[in-house]
Write a protein that binds this ligand. Structure first.
Ligand code: RFL
Ligand code: PHB
Length: 397
């Protein structure tokens, strides 16, 4: 019921969160004639400025094209047909294209976010920024509604469905009664310190390095912009890592032939992220569907977070379109089961790749096993193919 002073709005799908999940869902629905309104607590500048994912699976690339916003991505994205894994002072190429028949695309999440914001902002009222106090009501009824504050005014938004695209710390997952959910979690005993700099990438493809001092990753955003990471203790603070210390540490973790190529420069951004695996089951309750990081988190090692979010969006958008076009709720009812199949496979892969490449507490037996597994990967086409198949993204169904 609306309280006095509230304005009442209506849409078919209310979407909470304007990250990649929320905006891509809204864009896909619009292309199929389904109405939505996105509520975001931050400003567009803040959302676009977040430095996060860098790598798109080809199914994500295709979904972005299907949404009609792929032109710049196809022009500026870098197609990668492989990456290197380094350990014991040498590097081994994983030939993604040769082993799996597919490639990946390097295109920063902030660039994708920019394309999505531009497309959705062209439609007045499609995205509301800096919205406060979002609360969900009646999600287990056929008439759910959201209440929120926008520009100091209280609103009520009536809808048929709510898409919870509000990330790990959002309000949507918390709106589901605790006893209806099972949550699985693994917290890793280290973090990643990331640095962005306008220097040419060390190598033309990505390099994942296992080293006694800890994991390192050399990634990129473009031919002139590099994104590097080093594993660090969870308690570390960014202030303890002036640029000079970061570059020295990265260099120390790379085999000589790569280290020689490293070009350092002032950081544009530096941050520390904790690593976690987390899955919520089921991903829906009544008329609320959880999407992307609101339902699951993977450690970034396998580059799966954004891609899993896009995979959820694909399944949910198809379900909603079928509901409105054919009046059939079947696909929507199957949303959680379908999405979770992929989520668990990506969770397994991200956990495995993280476990393979990071330095855990001193355990000589575990270290020997890690090295043996890396040797196996370098010497066995079967092992490399399994890695490649998971890295480029498993097929749907
Ligand atoms: P997001 O991006 O967190 O967006 C959620 C949005 O919801 C808003 N929000 C609310 N809005 C209204 N009311 C509320 N109460 C709200 N609470 C929250 C937030 O402001 C935000 O705008 O979730 P989404 O859309 O599901 O997207 C998920 C991805 O962002 C995430 O999975 C990836 O960034 C993970 N990730 C990577 N994924 C990849 O596929 N490939 C990669 O290479 C990759 N690298 C990474 C990553 C994540 C990283 N960090 C920082 C965690 C590298 C890093 C360092
Ligand atoms: C990134 O460029 O941010 C990136 C790339 C690959 C990963 C993780 C992060 O596995």
């Amino acid at each position: 019921m609306s309280t006095s002073g509230e304005s009442v709005l209506r849409t078919q799908v209310a979407i909470v969160g304007a990250g990649p999940s929320g905006l891509l869902l809204s864009q896909l629905l619009a292309s199929q004639g389904v109405d939505s309104i996105v509520l975001e607590k931050e400003s567009p500048e803040h959302v676009q400025g977040r430095i996060r994912a860098g790598l798109l699976e080809w199914t994500t690339v295709e979904l972005v094209q299907e949404a009609g916003i792929g032109a710049r991505m196809m022009r500026e994205g870098l197609v990668h047909n492989g990456f290197d894994v380094a350990f014991a002072d040498s590097g081994h190429r994983i030939d993604l294209k040769g082993l799996s028949g597919r490639s990946v695309l390097v295109y920063g999440q902030n660039e994708l976010q920019k394309d999505l914001i531009e497309a959705r902002s062209a439609v007045p009222g499609a995205v509301l920024w800096q919205v406060g106090d979002v609360a969900l009501h009646g999600i287990d009824t056929r008439a759910p509604r959201l209440t929120y504050v926008h520009e100091r005014h209280r609103y009520e938004l009536n809808c048929d469905f709510v898409a919870g695209c509000d990330g790990f710390h959002g309000v949507c997952r918390a709106a589901i009664p605790r006893e209806k959910l099972t949550q699985y979690e693994r917290v890793y005993p280290f973090g990643w310190l990331g640095l962005l700099a306008d220097v040419p990438p060390l190598h033309h493809e990505l390099l994942y390095a296992y080293h006694g001092r800890g994991f390192a990753l050399c990634s990129m955003r473009s031919r002139g912009r590099s994104r590097y990471y080093v594993q660090c203790p969870l308690e570390d603070k960014v202030d303890e890592w002036p640029d000079g210390r970061f570059w020295e540490e990265l260099e120390a973790r790379l085999p000589e032939r790569y280290a020689r190529q490293l070009v350092s420069g002032p950081s544009l951004e530096k941050s520390i992220v904790p690593l976690r695996s987390f899955v919520t089951e089921p991903m829906q309750f009544g008329r609320l569907h959880l999407v992307g990081d609101a339902a699951h988190i993977v450690p970034p090692t396998g580059a799966k977070g954004l891609n899993l979010a896009a995979a959820d969006v694909r399944v949910l958008a198809r379900g909603l379109v079928e509901f409105y076009r054919a009046g059939s709720p079947t696909l929507l009812e199957e949303y959680s089961a379908r999405a979770l199949k992929r989520v668990w496979k990506a969770t397994r892969f991200s956990w495995w790749f993280t476990t393979l490449l990071h330095r855990f507490s001193a355990d000589p037996f575990a270290e020997r096993l890690q090295l043996a597994e890396l040797e196996y990967l370098a010497g066995s086409a079967a092992a490399a193919r399994s890695l490649a198949e998971n890295y480029v993204g498993l097929s749907f169904d």
